[in-house]
Design a binder for this molecule. Structure first.
Ligand code: PMP
Length: 431
């Protein structure tokens, strides 16, 4: 379908799939051709495409009262806030709502800088934290940063930490050594920048668009210790990794540390309606109340979105979280079997239902880089096209060249088997 009034940047118009309908982990185009959606439409539709209880809850709320000013109370908003705080990491007592993940990160930045009275923020090179000015300034993906680098004065206040993968700059032989070297480097950055000038460190517990990297064991514990020692707030960006995507309510739980702020979006409503927010500790919540800081937008905590959020959380609790935990080992071993089978698959990393399959030149061992960022081919676009021909949609990570595998939490064993088989056939067809 031609969409001439909607400009886009990700490829020729006729390559863009039109998605018209969906059911569970499957979507259909306008002609009824079906595809397994193994990216959950941007890691978002965690409960699957036909979750009746979410639709009913939204309809019921819209009938009762569709919109209540974000400066007033309304029962559904309070109910969702209570559910979120109950499931949040210990120490987080309050939630501020926004509409998008970018705005949630903007708000986290504003709160952290105000609380600490400090301008700088640490983030990770290659990370993605959003497209608005502040969130893009925080983002380490060069393509997203490029336009704001030119015009936004605040970009200079973000200091980047290197990526945590073995292709990164730390010459480590084991995960333990990588954790130690990366944490030592973090301490060096903190001292070099001046601890008093740094408000916060913002990080994804498990990488998302940059490739589903997990931190080496022990890394986050050292990060927490360093943040405590130098009085820096730890912000976990759980926009992708939260709400069961990695098998827990929030992926930071798997690292055994408690952050000071958590930002969330996408999975909170399973993306049936736009909603995002920031979970904060008592000190930050108190500051907002004492100083009367404005924190929201007109649609922040929209009642229909909150109804979707309450129903989505119930759906996760009623079996979907369980399903991820039960089937994640199967997804992992399927993807690892591709690593054994194809020399070009250099690494498989991730957690729960969020995985990256990374490619490298088998002759040289060099990882491929996205040509939009660095020189080189991007064979992953061909793998994605082959998979789509065979009826499975995956995502592409960047800037290292990866296939991202991230199905709805309702995906079944058969669907996982099919997706892994199709990915293998697609790799075979390209290399
Ligand atoms: N943080 C992360 C980790 C993300 O992946 C994204 C979007 N993919 C965002 C923030 C921004 O969210 P939104 O697109 O809703 O603004």
């Amino acid at each position: 379908m031609e969409q001439s009034a909607i400009p886009h940047w990700y490829g020729p118009d006729d390559d863009v799939l039109t998605v018209a309908e969906g059911e569970d982990a499957t979507v259909y185009d306008e002609d009824g051709t079906e595809y397994l959606d193994f990216l959950s439409q941007l890691y978002s539709v965690n409960a699957g495409h036909s979750c009746e209880r979410i639709v009913e809850a939204m309809t019921e709320q819209a009938r009762r009262i569709p919109y209540v000013s974000s400066s007033k109370h309304t029962p559904i908003r309070s109910e969702l806030a209570g559910k979120l705080v109950e499931r949040a990491p210990d120490g987080l007592t309050d939630v501020f709502f926004s509409v998008t993940g970018s705005e949630a990160n903007e708000l986290a930045l504003q709160l952290a800088r105000e609380y600490q009275d400090a301008p700088k923020v640490l983030s990770r090179w290659r990370s993605y934290h959003g497209s608005t000015y502040g969130a893009a300034a925080l983002t380490g993906d060069p393509q997203t940063r490029a336009p704001v680098e030119k015009h936004a004065a605040t970009t200079g206040y973000t200091k980047f930490l290197p990526p945590l993968d073995f292709g990164g700059p730390f010459d480590a032989d084991t995960p333990e050594e990588l954790a130690e070297k990366a944490a030592d480097h973090l301490e060096w950055v903190i001292k070099n920048e001046g601890p008093d000038s740094i408000a916060a460190l913002v990080t994804e517990p498990v990488g998302g668009t940059s490739g589903a990297y997990t931190a080496p064991p022990g890394y986050f514990e050292r990060v927490r210790e360093l943040c405590d020692e130098y009085d820096i707030l730890l912000v976990a960006d759980e926009v992708i990794s939260g709400f069961g995507r990695c098998g827990d309510w929030f992926a930071i739980e798997g690292e055994g540390v408690e952050p000071d702020l958590v930002t969330f979006a996408k999975g909170v409503t399973s993306s049936y309606a736009p909603l995002a927010g920031v979970l904060v500790n008592e000190g930050l919540a108190g500051m907002v109340e004492d100083e009367g800081l404005p924190t929201g937008q007109t649609f922040a905590g929209h009642p229909v979105s909150c109804a979707a959020g309450v129903a989505a959380i119930d759906a996760y609790e009623d079996g979907l979280l369980e399903n991820v935990r039960a089937l994640a080992p199967e997804l992992e071993s399927g993807l690892r079997s591709l690593e054994d089978e194809y020399d070009v698959v250099a690494d498989v990393h991730g957690r729960g239902f969020l995985w990256g399959v990374e490619f490298a030149d088998p002759e040289t061992g060099e990882h491929f880089f996205d040509p939009r960022v660095d020189e080189g081919d991007n064979p992953v676009s061909d793998v994605l096209a082959e998979a789509r021909e065979r009826g499975v949609l995956f995502g592409g990570g960047r800037p290292t060249v990866q296939v991202i595998v991230s199905p709805p939490l309702c995906a079944t064993t058969d669907e996982i088997d099919t997706a892994v088989e199709v990915l293998g056939e697609s790799i075979d067809a390209v290399f």
